[in-house]
Design a protein around this ligand. Sequence first.
Ligand code: GRG
Length: 303
Amino acid sequence: EVQDHLVFPKFNFEEYMAAKANKVNVALDDAVPLQNPIKIHEAMRYSLLAGGKRVRPILCLASCELVGGDDSMAVPMACAVEMIHTMSLIHDDLPCMDNDDFRRGKPTNHKAFGEDTAVLAGDALLSLAFEHAAANTRSANQHGVLQAIVELASAVGSEGLVAGQIVDLCSEGKELSLDELEYIHVHKTSKLLEAAVVCGAIVGGGDGVAVERLRKYARCIGLLFQVVDDILDVTKSSEELGKTAGKDLVAGKATYPRLMGLERAEEFARELVSKAVGELSYFDPLRVAPLYHLAGYIASRQN
Ligand code: GRG
């Protein structure tokens, strides 16, 4: 605490998050105007502007700033990442996948617009993400823009999010090992977080060493994101049911608390935070505050 105060004398994390989220929301609103055909653009905007936490785009902007770039260089890339995140949620909620009725506090896209439109809204957001990033990124390093787009594409496809989703689908009802669970989480969740951070650093002009440090940071917080999700699952449902957490660990899908026990999962989460923060020691301490606090935010988030 004392040390934090000395290193980051004036940093207000909540203000920082609100300002960046606002910047991202304005840019997303501009990027997807309500134009013809109205129905598809309405469906795209419905999910995209539904008020997620914007963790991925904020990570992208913070990473760009850390390596000395200006926000404006990374805004298109940050929007692209959020478009991809949103489309993955739309498709994940479909009846042929998780079959969910609510997302971000509203009816899911297919509940509001029908399955046919929801599939297309996802497809259109995926395509727009790459168009938007490629057409609008202004970076001193044009090769970097290409490199970032390759990075983002590989995080999404059959070696990224899609890989995580297919392995998850295929393992339904099976007992998973810790390694198998980690594979699913790394692909479904960490890959896109990693791409957000890495792309921000690349378009911000970071060198190879900086980019790889930030990649390691991102891998830790990506896994952390999921471990915390799993812990919240247990602690929330045991609160609701008035049961001990231990009982909830017996049945249901594979989660970290279930496979390693709640205490060990909490310890793992703490290890991941300190590993993530450790990677930041390479950078100027006067610039690391946002990513430092983002690691803490992901560790202590309540939803
Ligand atoms: C990506 C081409 C392509 C297809 C989709 C359906 C699918 C393949 C992948 C599923 C990916 C998925 C739903 C992963 C879970 C990610 C996750 C941790 C979501 C929750 O993220 P938050 O908490 O949500 O950041 P908000 O609403 O705040 O943005």
